[in-house]
Design a protein around this ligand. Sequence first.
Ligand SMILES: Cc1cc2nc3c(=O)[nH]c(=O)nc-3n(C[C@H](O)[C@H](O)[C@H](O)COP(=O)(O)OP(=O)(O)OC[C@H]3O[C@@H](n4cnc5c(N)ncnc54)[C@H](O)[C@@H]3O)c2cc1C
Length: 498
Amino acid sequence: MDHIRKIVIVGGGSAGWMTAAALSNALRGGAELTLVESEEIGVVGVGEATIPPIKIFNQTLGLDEAEFMKATQGSFKLGIEFVNWGASGHRYFHPFGDFGANFDAVQLYHYWLKERAAGDQTPLDDYSMAWAMAKAGKFSHPATDRRMVQSTFDYAYHFDAILYGRFLRAYSEVRGVKRVEGKVADVALRGDDGFIDHLTLESGEQISGDLFVDCTGFRGLLIEGALKTGYMDWTHWLPCDRAVAVPCKSAGEFTPYTRSTALDAGWQWRIPLQHRTGNGYVYSSQYLSDDEAASTLLAGLDGEPLADVRPLRFTTGRRKKFWNKNCVAIGLAAGFMEPLESTSLHLVQTGITRLLALFPTRDFDPMAEEEYNRITAGEYERTRDFLILHYHATKRQDTPLWAYCANMEIPDSLTYKMEQFRRAGRIVAHELELFRNPSWLAVYIGQFIMPERYDPMADMRGVDGAKMLSGLRRVMSEAAGAMPSHKDFVKHYCPAAQ
Ligand SMILES: Cc1cc2nc3c(=O)[nH]c(=O)nc-3n(C[C@H](O)[C@H](O)[C@H](O)COP(=O)(O)OP(=O)(O)OC[C@H]3O[C@@H](n4cnc5c(N)ncnc54)[C@H](O)[C@@H]3O)c2cc1C
């Protein structure tokens, strides 16, 4: 077999170093790995909230959780609290994990719907272990005994993305990744087939390779600049195209969750880390100026700002092909959907996993490329639909952005899902759905999409739903009450150097 001998990763943001770490771990010296990055250009570095599968990524690398948390000033994340999304003044929680225990023939929420029809006003959130912990500011690892209510939640992390990159850089360099500092000035293509042949740095140094991984961020230097792959723009469905970000001093609660607050022209994130709190306003430039966004952000901080406000621009969408010839784009070079559900680093992770699963030889079988692109496109589109749901399913019409979103045309794939839920509480999922049923459920209910009826089986099995639900609430609240506070847990388990 004609094996890949040399892999060149261009870009040293989170995507570049996650790729370098995973490839060096998986290939174990089987191919030469070079990473080119330019300190002068810098990184985006605002990917601070994650979703639960990141634990698998870190475990595959063999990282010790507490060490990783210490090194990245990390905190725990049990989900996202959405404020003002469904309606002004309204809140709900998208928890990681199930509502109740997920093993009955009839899902818990159908009993909840039945009780609600009979007049009970208890929010669905109250049947999530993650929320029981989050609202009490508690954290502990999930129990492994599946019979315990403490096993029904999951978690992810908040961390400093720049520090995560540094941590993975040290990991990768120990495993043989060669880092080259410099700016790529030119990408040379082979005359016969248009594959990438080599890069030329501003210094004149040439770097050749068999496989190139484009982690150059929004600019997509290889996949777009050199290979002219094309981009699909989804701004008409996800209209936010800018962000301003600023860290501030830790103040207020050290929440074990992210808060997303809908504002007039977008939404604001709040992510508490050990050494500071990350904040940003994601907005649509059609409805708000950059100056107004910055002043709104600064006015909404719960501590003193620690840096200047940083502006960021993006176009929501994806590359027409993620893998083109001998180039695979990972990270922002592949596409970007705004950070509402913290999906970017996850898409980096799945891109890497897929590359390893379809790892090419030097003859680059076009069917590997086709399969990579097929699965990745599906993943982007399903994630996109989940994000659109947040914007579209709202009672808000009070500002031009929300009025637009409430009335916009949405993809047929999402209309179908919403209609299934509305009719009878059916949550339909395509294969390989990133966000599972409880996530869709949380957002449907949280944003007032109420099924017309509940599962008929909830009437047929002689279960006393009211008793079951109140028992569950009590057990969850007792279990959360017995846990340490998030602050104490972090202080003992993974304190970072201050
Ligand atoms: C507002 C905002 C909020 C976000 N929040 C989250 C979040 O909460 N959770 C999450 O998962 N993700 C989030 N993301 C996304 C996340 O930041 C990125 O997915 C992640 O940082 C990966 O970025 P990257 O490595 O692809 O690109 P970048 O960080 O831009 O890195 C690009 C790299 O390429 C190098 N480079 C570029 N051109 C050249 C050249 N000519 N020569 C040499 N090197 C070059 C740069 O030096 C840099 O090292 C957010 C993004 C934005 C914009």
